[in-house]
Design a protein around this ligand. Sequence first.
Ligand SMILES: NC(=O)c1ccc[n+]([C@@H]2O[C@H](COP(=O)([O-])OP(=O)(O)OC[C@H]3O[C@@H](n4cnc5c(N)ncnc54)[C@H](O)[C@@H]3O)[C@@H](O)[C@H]2O)c1
Length: 257
Amino acid sequence: MILDRFRLEGKNALVVGAARGIGKAYAQALAEAGANVVIGDILKNEAQKTADELAKTTGRKVISIYVDVRDTSSVKKMFDEYLQEMGELNIAVNNAGIATNAPAEELTEEMWDELMAINLRGIFLCCREEGQIMIKQGKGGAIINTASMSARIVNYPQKQAHYNASKAGVVMLTKALAVEWAEYNIRVNAISPGYTLTEMNLRPEVEKLHPHWIERTPMKRLADPEDMMGAVVFLASETASFITGHELVIDGGFTLW
Ligand SMILES: NC(=O)c1ccc[n+]([C@@H]2O[C@H](COP(=O)([O-])OP(=O)(O)OC[C@H]3O[C@@H](n4cnc5c(N)ncnc54)[C@H](O)[C@@H]3O)[C@@H](O)[C@H]2O)c1
């Protein structure tokens, strides 16, 4: 039955960057669909609190592991701990990301490097470990990377050349890995949210842009993290068994005109 093919019972998932915001919604969705979930995040206490909350509300095993995706050894350590705790990796969601603003002519190398280290290199470092583990397991798997509608449109009036470039990189990385790992039945897809109500967008200097963003959105609202929940379960589940290298845009129509 089709609804049964959405179920994730018996699957183990890792969501990186899930202490709060969109990642937390992903973790909740996967656990509600039946998966056991590990939350990887740099915010140790907040991640633990989220894991405790989701374990309680979903009845699944939900734990947190510290990771700084800028640091290769921290990433490797997270996967060692993950395997000790969970034994197998079936679903991996790479969602950690930051956004900073600066006009391109004033964008420093430090700002560029810091953002790329998290938004693009960090996604690659996680994907590399996930690919190694899933190939070794020999059972296929689903990897989902968070990109952004900023991979295909230029954010404006906020100036974020480095952010836009990082997210376009995530989309092409996703496609490249999808092709390379198709022979192992590892599907690699991306979700590209539009402007979403998370802490990333609740800073005062950004909040003043909300009316402009809403006006530009055909559906006349910003996204809630909950708007991303169905997509992650779909892409992680058997229902998406022949979908790979796809970018699922969830933006209320923002990028359509
Ligand atoms: N909010 C939006 O409008 C929006 C739109 C499109 C895409 N996105 C993307 O969605 C993802 C989640 O963003 P969000 O809006 O939920 O923001 P958020 O700041 O609430 O969440 C980001 C999460 O990533 C974690 N993180 C940051 N740096 C890390 C690091 N070095 N190592 C490990 N974890 C780290 C944070 O601790 C946090 O839990 C990001 O990749 C972001 O670029 C957000």
